[in-house]
Design a protein around this ligand. Structure first.
Ligand SMILES: Cc1cc2nc3c(=O)[nH]c(=O)nc-3n(C[C@H](O)[C@H](O)[C@H](O)COP(=O)(O)O)c2cc1C
Ligand code: SF4
Length: 605
């Protein structure tokens, strides 16, 4: 964290507008991230004065506000451009499209270096972690709104619109069209629930029996870890506390994962219905949907669904006329931090803090939001629970496998003809998915995102599910033409960037792994570097505090084991090669002195 140096507010002209934005935002939602987002939007940064005013209005320490602004990548202490453009750097929806660097292209057209705000304050260009548009080709966010299917032509048009200062509302509407791309539907996607049906069925059955149904169904969390949903709810119900909370984890930050985007877009009623079923089962009165900042564009329609549910008596007091069944849901949007998908970091974030994972135990079911018993479940888990409340446990059990009841919704992206959403009963083979999405000549598949498992063709008969290959829902396909090392480097950069910095093995380890891979990819690596990397990867996995660090080296280790040639063909022959390239480091000096002759190069001198 930086040193906090806060100057006192001085003029009424500066403070008046700040105070009114803060007051307005706070009246909508008292959550710190909401207030800070409003300030960021209005003033393009969070000034020292703003920190001061927020702290005073929310009655929290300035150091806390400052730490939060420093932590989240969508909050800034120096002004961003009026057009704030963030290119996804994911391997599936990233800015490298058909070998063309679209980010660099836009920056050149606009006449400044990416990673900055242009001197006239009109535009900023930067990169950001995956924005969940992997089924739409290269994508960016402009002032928080996604533009998809980027190509060179679109980049030229964007540059012109920015220069002309054309308001976003007047940009071509088709650019902002985000489709669901449902290719194969199953248990959840084919059968729409009517709003309120699951709640009626649950009220008829009673809370205890509904809980039993959820347990008997074998439903396991769809966010990745696969804990029994029914047992989680039971622990929470039985935990002592003044109040209980239900939290929906809609952070979906794992690169290559976008299935929750579709559920939130087209099945939001079912998500909220599942949360309400949970609330009744665990005796909660308040719920939160923690929406990743990259999906903020979905907020208006999600708010509309909530408003409609309140109108129909599906939220609020005495739900469906049932005395004492009171529950409501608030949406809190994140601000660009993958770690906030980890449930305890998410809770910290909800509490207006940095997203640093807590020491567990105690677990959220007993000590969660504000120290109270809290259920945190994935979006898809709540949808499945809503279905079970209506259709019973046998309905889920009828599909899937012994260990993995029901279906899994997959986000499929990468080198295939039809990227999009595929829902299958658990137990489906990788090969089946590849056939269905039109993936031919496949070199490797990344199952479960960068924190998951990288497999090659010898393992395409393996089955998705907790019995064999678990996944939070992402499947990235890499064809034979792909440079697998570049993919692994991209993932390593992602983890180094997203490490929250709390514990040394992850903070330092992910940076060292990332640097080591850069060295190898740059043609300077040796066998010694590979051995070091293997050692470091094992250490990061074993010694890290939370799931991010514990899985950050998965792809490196999988790659070394299954695709050693991807690394080995880049190695230099000697036993040791320094990481630092002195000749490259002298490039700037050569440019300043206008020299590029042989004598100005170390290796040619
Ligand atoms: C670094 C990290 C990121 C995570 N991101 C998500 C996420 O975006 N969505 C999610 O549901 N679970 C995510 N999880 C898992 C959550 O911690 C938690 O297990 C999950 O929300 C529980 O819900 P479930 O039981 O329904 O799966 C993440 C875990 C880690 C370690
Ligand atoms: S493992 Fe990484 S992300 Fe997790 S607490 Fe440690 S530094 Fe933070």
């Amino acid at each position: 964290m930086s040193n906090v140096s806060i100057t006192s507010p001085n003029t009424a002209a500066q403070i008046g507008p700040l105070r009114s934005v803060i007051a307005l935002a706070y009246a909508e939602s008292p959550h710190l991230l909401h207030v800070l987002h409003a300030l960021q939007q209005q003033f393009l940064h969070i000034s020292d004065h703003a920190l001061h005013e927020v702290a005073a209005h929310l009655d929290i320490p300035i150091s806390q506000v400052d730490a939060v602004v420093e932590f989240y990548s969508f909050l800034h202490k120096t002004p961003r451009g009026r057009f704030d453009i963030l290119f996804s750097n994911c391997t599936s929806c990233g800015y490298m499209a058909d070998g063309v660097d679209l980010l660099d292209m836009l920056a050149r057209r606009l006449g400044f270096v990416a990673g900055n705000t242009r001197a006239d304050g009109l535009v900023s260009i930067d990169q950001t972690s995956c924005i969940g548009m992997c089924d739409h080709g290269a994508a960016l966010l402009v002032n928080g709104v996604p533009i998809v299917r980027l190509d060179a032509g679109k980049i030229a048009n964007i540059a012109a619109l920015v220069e002309a200062q054309t308001p976003l509302a007047d940009w071509p509407a088709a650019w902002f069209q985000v489709d669901d791309n449902i290719r194969v539907g199953g248990l959840l996607l084919n059968d729409e629930l009517a709003a309120g049906d699951s709640l009626s069925a649950m009220l008829a059955r009673g809370a205890a029996d509904t809980l039993s149904e959820i347990i008997q169904s074998g439903l396991r969390g769809r966010g990745g870890a696969g804990f029994s949903t029914g047992m989680k709810w039971r622990f929470c119900r039985e935990a002592q506390g003044e109040t209980h909370y239900v939290v929906c984890n809609a952070d979906e930050g794992e690169p290559g994962t976008f299935k929750d985007r579709i559920l939130l877009h087209s099945h939001a009623d079912s998500v909220f219905e599942g949360m309400t079923v949970c609330a009744f089962a665990v005796k909660a009165k308040e719920g939160y949907l923690y929406l990743r900042g990259e999906y903020r564009y979905l907020l208006p329609q999600l708010q509309a669904v909530l408003a409609r549910r309140r109108e129909f008596g599906l939220l609020g007091e005495n739900i469906l006329g049932h005395p004492g069944f009171d529950f409501d849901i608030e949406i809190v949007a994140g601000a660009g931090a993958y770690i906030c998908g980890e449930e305890s970091a998410l809770i910290e974030s909800l509490e207006g803090k940095r997203g640093i994972p807590r020491v567990r135990p105690p677990f959220p079911v007993t000590h969660g939001y504000l120290g109270q018993p809290t259920v945190v479940n994935n979006v898809e888990t709540f949808v499945a629970a809503a279905h079970i409340a209506l259709r019973g446990s046998a309905w889920l059990r009828a599909a899937g496998t012994e260990q993995s009841a029901g279906s899994k919704i997959l986000s499929v992206s990468g080198d295939c003809a039809a990227p999009g959403i595929y829902e299958y009963p658990f137990g489906v083979t990788i090969r089946q998915v590849l056939d269905d999405c039109g993936a031919t000549d496949v070199q490797a598949v990344q199952v479960g995102g960068p924190s998951g498992t990288l497999i090659g063709s010898a393992e395409f008969n393996r089955r998705l599910g907790f019995d064999d290959l678990p996944t939070g829902g992402s499947l990235m396909v890499f064809g034979q033409a792909r440079d697998l090392l570049a993919v692994i480097v991209n993932f390593a950069h992602f983890f180094a960037h997203e490490s929250c910095g709390f514990c040394t093995p992850c903070r330092v380890g992910t940076a060292l792994l990332s640097n080591g891979l850069d060295k190898i990819a740059g043609g300077h690596g040796t066998r010694y570097d590979l051995d070091e990397m293997q050692r470091m990867a094992a250490l990061v996995r074993r010694r890290s505090h939370c799931g991010l660090g514990q899985t950050a080296a998965n792809t490196i280790l999988d790659g070394l084991q299954r695709f050693p040639q991807a690394f080995e063909r880049r190695l230099v022959s000697g036993a040791f090669e320094p990481h630092f390239d002195l000749d490259a480091a002298l490039e700037e000096a050569r440019q300043i002195t206008h020299r590029d002759d042989a004598a100005a190069h170390l290796n040619q001198a």
